[in-house]
Design a protein around this ligand. Structure first.
Ligand SMILES: NC(=O)c1ccc[n+]([C@@H]2O[C@H](COP(=O)([O-])OP(=O)(O)OC[C@H]3O[C@@H](n4cnc5c(N)ncnc54)[C@H](OP(=O)(O)O)[C@@H]3O)[C@@H](O)[C@H]2O)c1
Length: 310
């Protein structure tokens, strides 16, 4: 059976927070959830883009329940402010889609001195999830969706002595590390949800090869790197639409049968409808997950309020 956006159950009364909701996959996730009646907090960095994204949804879904929430994942202060504002407005959050991301860019640092791709793709989301935990646990079955990539296959687990790749930076090494971190975060979070006896589920997805701004931005922000240009040209020719790429995220966020701790991807790796795929080999390394958790708590200074043993 092919799962499509028509299979998203009624979302009336449900509250979703989507990061990077001002473009690409995040915008399509927000649009689809709003279409089904959900209240969507569009957490985004560029506010002009966020306003046009909201207008684009309202143009198709008049009366959609949308809230704009400024969020810069490259700043822990901004993550804290956003989480506080969300908690104040919504004591219960049913869906958190940790979608925002950067790929293959030149070396950069977040406001807190983190390597930029690890900081935005993983550490900012780690902090946001930890801070929103009370609202997620107030739901009768929250979903946290993390977005990985085929880049995880060439990523190395975090080196606790050099997570920010000082003196060892390479754009794809950093992307791979951050996307493996997204996978390990999702699996460890699900294990902790279960160990704590909560009904929440954490699910990881790979969207496939989708024609968004990701690849074009990687060209702009790497000074026109060769491999970045290759992917950018390729995705324009053969990439799925952003709406198609959003389907694994939507399935993980809403399908009542979606399994906690599982991976959803397009059927043919980078193309096709969303299906559950097996997790193999080092994807399941408990040691790497434990290290990731320790390093993430150490770097963000935020302790996750969930049990550590099962
Ligand atoms: N498209 C694909 O083929 C593909 C494949 C595998 C995985 N993915 C993953 O899918 C996710 C979504 O990417 P996309 O394809 O939709 O790319 P996109 O169109 O470039 O969107 C990326 C989003 O991330 C946001 N973002 C970047 N830096 C941020 C920051 N510091 N704080 C807050 N938001 C920030 C951007 O917002 P601003 O514009 O405001 O910066 C934008 O909304 C990413 O995690 C990516 O790794 C995509």
């Amino acid at each position: 059976m092919t799962w499509t956006a028509d299979d998203i159950p009624d979302q009336l009364g449900r509250v979703a927070v989507v990061t990077g909701a001002n473009g690409g996959l995040g915008l399509e996730v927000a649009r689809a959830l709003a279409r089904k009646g959900g209240l969507v907090v569009m957490a985004a960095r560029d506010q002009a883009k966020a306003s046009s994204a909201r207008d684009s949804i309202l143009g198709q879904v008049p009366g959609a329940a949308l809230e704009l929430q400024p969020l810069d994942l490259a700043s822990l202060a901004s993550v804290r402010e956003a989480a506080a504002a969300i908690l104040a407005a919504h004591p219960r959050v049913d869906i958190l889609v940790n979608n925002a991301g950067l790929m293959g860019i030149a070396e950069g640092r977040t406001k807190d001195g983190f390597e930029m791709q690890l900081g935005v793709n993983h550490l900012g989301h780690f902090a946001l999830t930890a801070l929103l935990l009370p609202a997620l646990l107030a739901s009768d079955g929250a979903r946290v969706v993390s977005v990985t990539s085929t880049g995880r296959h060439f990523g190395r687990s975090l080196d606790p002595d050099n997570p920010h790749l000082h003196g060892n930076y390479e754009p794809w090494r950093a992307y791979g590390q951050s996307k493996l971190a997204n996978l390990h975060f999702a699996l460890e979070l699900d294990r902790r949800f279960r160990a704590a006896g909560t009904p929440a589920r954490s699910i990881v997805v790979h969207p496939g090869f989708a024609n968004t701004d990701l690849q074009a931005r990687s060209v702009r922000e790497s000074g026109g790197g060769r491999s970045q240009r290759f992917f950018s040209a390729g995705v324009r020719r053969v990439g799925m639409t952003p709406a198609q790429g959003a389907l694994p995220l939507l399935r993980a966020a809403t399908d009542p049968r979606a399994v906690g701790g599982a991976l959803y991807t397009p059927r043919w790796v980078n193309w096709g409808p969303p299906v559950r795929r097996p997790l193999v080999g080092r994807s399941r390394s408990r040691e790497a997950m434990a290290t990731l958790w320790e390093v993430s708590e150490r770097e963000t200074g935020i302790r996750f309020g969930l049990a550590t043993t099962s």
